[in-house]
Design a protein around this ligand. Sequence first.
Ligand code: NOJ
Length: 743
Amino acid sequence: MRPLGLICFLAAIATGVAQNDVSDASASFTLRSWNEAFALANATVAQLKLDEKIGLVTGVGQFSSRCVGNVNPVARLGIPGFCLNDGPAGVRPTKGVTGFPPGIAAAATFSRRLMRARGVALGEEFRGKGINMHLGPALDLMRNPKAGRGWESFGPDPYLTGEAAFETITGIQSVGVMACAKHYIANNQEHWRYGLIAEVDDRTMHEMYHYPFLRAIEANVSSVMCAYNQFNGTSSCHNAALIGPNGLLRKDGFQGYIVSDWGATHDSAADNANAGLDMEMPGDYILIGGGTFNSFLGLGSLRSDVNSGKVPSSRLDQMVTRVLAPWYRLGQDSGYPPVNFDAQHSDGSGPNNLDVSVRSVAHTALAREIAANSAVLLKNEADALPLKSAGMSGKRVAIIGKDALMLNLNCGDSNECDDGTMTIGWGSGSNSLEFTVPPITALNETLEAAGAVVTTSLSNDKTAGAKAAKGQDVAIVLVNAMSGELGFYQSVNGNQGDRNDLELWFAGSDLVKAVAAVCSNTIVVVHSIGPVNMPWSTNENVTAIMFAGAPGEQTGPALVDVLFGAVNPSGRLPYSIADDEKSYGTTIVTDPGFPLGFPVINYTERLLLDHRYMDVHAITPRFEYGFGLSYTTFEYTGLSITSSATNSQVVSFTVKNTGAVAGTEKPQLYLGYPPSAGEPPKVLRGFDEVQLAPGASQRVVMTLESREMSVWDTPSQSFIRPPGAFTVFVGASSRDIRLTGTF
Ligand code: NOJ
């Protein structure tokens, strides 16, 4: 996979590792069973006074928190004020941490190995900073491609999201850090998120939106964060059908605690506590736009509700026990590092210790590997890629577009920059970009070392771009689009969290067209948090498209890795790229629906998101879900399907590398249900990562467990396998099916 000469050549690229990097925080701890952990938690609760108990289920308040959220300590029993901190793609907002690629990039790798490794590395950095709980992963499906926070999670498919949830949580918790699956539930757009009413039927809920949380429970997740929005008419954080003793989470065996999103509690302490909320964050809270949001579970209200009997003291004990049990289970009661940063003072002021770096050479390399492996090669005509450094001497290359540039790191702690390269969206899911290596740095270094003559036009000005491209052997055009969290910034580049449309930002498509009009070897690099319109993709002068997605801080080196072939691209689209929003079958609801105040959003598309909708409605996307090219080719043969004694079906087949270079294939298994099941035509149920030398082949085995061949049956409230014939589709994408069989 890595031609030797090229490795040495590329290894020299600066990756921005700080000189004072320390090795990973040691994560030696004793993992306890839930039973052992609950026994310890119960014994501790028996020693707590009323106010101490209330303190452990309540945040200290937004501006008293050292971390994004802190609970009150009980010093006399050695219980620290737990530190809860964002976010899903790295420690935020502070310094000396790695800016990992976000969830959508992990999804694009279609690699459980990299999802797990990312989780471990994230956990190591949170532990190193003394953070008890990682506020992630985000498991909200990308119901609509414009959804502002879609990139924090793993795309529109519940199975891929579920597998990513399992691997990420297992990785984070393997080093003793608590993970928090969020946002429960139907938190799928930013417009009106503080109260929109999502109406989701029972089957859709179980098969789509709840499914990733079920996988999180199976990974022993420590906590679940209830969402801002309402679900079927009741706020998520006091919705007993979701979080109560007989609610969905507990029925599926969830043992940890339910924490509110920041300021997501409503009504009285008794309403929240009795419905099933275990912890409120962040305590007193200043609302965006002014006003104070007083803590509902805070000392005053919860104390009087417990004293009056409105909240039984046994319920308060249960809340505290659930908060302490994951802490004991992951061994945080012994030898856990103290909090050594201050998220509220990321500018360097305040009582912090920002010299503690938790970066490591291994984490930088992993961030680069995930970024390179999430890049999706969408088009490659006439071997435009990989660029061959050996033949580059004297070649004229133009680098065009402001996305090549370094971004301004002083524009805030939530990456609401829109002035340079796009590495991640904005809001609480963003991360530190202190060590970003922009494309221009890595490309310049590589091209100059290879003896190329480089011309640049580092704006999106069409005329300047075309002038720079004219007469060049190669023009590399970089364009982007991003989105983020409404609650942080009302508008970035005119977009309020959710994107306004699916166009590239800063007239990116016009720039591509202007360059392609004068250069017959135009290579387009797209940095985007989700699908974008690419009307120029069929332009014959656009010889290659590298959809590099949202790559995190190692964007430049990772881009060079795939453009020059040190890494053979193996990223696969974790969403389809169609020509308009209509092709996805959902909308972002922007009309508040006054006088009701908040819109009611009916999930009438039910199971049909993304390619599932397109399959049913005969819409051909420009690039389909699961698609991605390689610098080599793969052949699929020998499908076998056998039943096992445990009612599972074992699907196996052979993948062979039929090209001239090493590469990694990501075979996918889609299941076709019997018609009576009412399922979409093809449902993702398996994927794998197969690294193959030229000419080599490997037998791939994917097992369909009973639940993966079932549908949710509302009357019995269980997954039931429908009778009839199933079809197995094995292939390189949701539409590039190479083998078909039935059982
Ligand atoms: C609100 C966001 O929705 C959530 O994801 C985040 O963890 C909290 N704020 C804390 O920043």
